[in-house]
Structures are given as structure tokens and as C-alpha cells.
Design a protein around this ligand. Structure first.
Ligand code: CA
Length: 153
């Protein structure tokens, strides 16, 4: 009987552990679709956690580009970095690396996918960032906004 109890408590502990790990990972991996929305670093504006490792993958409607406009930006300079990818978050798609306290200029993707990757180190936080994204018609060179018929989810 003792062996049985010990076995099940190990299974339980392992399951709980896996749940915690997957919940943490899910909380910081965001897949975003639709015409527009807002992105915030975790804990914004009260500070992001140390060891943050968060991605946001934004997919626009077909034939649209994504315009990202920052409202607020504060990351510990050089140690906490927001990487922006023109496409999926892969090395070859890296567009720019943002850090520090200057509000970045708006970014427009060349295709239908724009991704962000936030990494923080082991100490010192800051306010974090907030940005709005919007789908824009690539056919019109990104000058005219596309109003989509259905409301944002
Ligand atoms: Ca830091």
C-alpha cells in the first residue's frame, strides 16, 4: 500500500508541475488575429517580471500588412529587449531590436505576419510597453486604413 500511495503522489506532483509549466508558457505566447488590437508586456504598467520570455505573433487579414504603433515603451536598457520580426519570430526575419526608454517609431510589416519577442534578464524591471496593431491594405501602399465590416473581438 505504501508503494502505491507514493507512486500516485509522484504522478500527482508531476502532473501539477507540468500544468504550471504549460500555463506559464501559454500565458506568454500570444497568437493574435483580426483587424486590430492592443499588446502589452505582462504586468504593464507596473513592471514586467524578470526572466520574461514572451512572444506575440500577429496575423493580418489576407493582403493586409500590420502596422504597430507604440503608446508606451520602457525596458531596462541593453538588458531587456523587444525583438521585432517581419514574419514569424525567426532569426532571418529580425527587423529591429528595441530597448531603453525612447518611444519607437511605428513599424509596418511587409507581409501578413508581424512578431514580437520580449526577453528580460535576471534583475531590474521597468514599466514595459504597450502598442496597438492594425491591419492595413498592402494594395494601397499602407496609406489608407481598411475598415473591416466585423467588430474587433
Ligand atoms: Ca532586466
Amino acid at each position: 500500500m505504501t508503494v502505491e500511495v507514493s507512486y500516485w503522489s509522484r504522478v500527482l506532483l508531476l502532473s501539477v508541475g507540468l500544468l504550471v509549466v504549460s500555463a506559464t508558457a501559454q500565458n506568454c505566447s500570444h497568437i493574435l488575429q483580426g483587424p486590430n488590437g492592443t499588446i502589452q508586456s505582462p504586468g504593464f504598467p507596473y513592471g514586467y517580471p524578470n526572466y520574461a520570455n514572451c512572444t506575440w505573433t500577429i496575423t493580418a487579414e489576407e493582403q493586409n500588412r500590420i502596422q504597430l504603433v507604440f503608446q508606451s515603451f520602457a525596458l531596462e536598457e541593453d538588458f531587456d529587449v523587444l525583438s521585432v520580426y517581419d514574419g514569424l519570430p525567426q532569426q532571418g526575419n529580425l527587423r529591429t531590436r528595441l530597448t531603453g526608454f525612447q518611444l519607437p517609431a511605428p513599424i509596418v510589416s511587409t507581409g501578413v505576419v508581424l512578431s514580437l519577442w520580449l526577453v528580460s534578464d535576471y534583475a531590474v524591471s521597468a514599466q514595459g510597453f504597450q502598442a496597438n496593431y492594425e491591419g492595413r491594405s498592402s494594395l494601397l501602399g499602407g496609406i489608407v486604413f481598411v475598415e473591416l465590416a466585423y467588430p474587433a473581438m
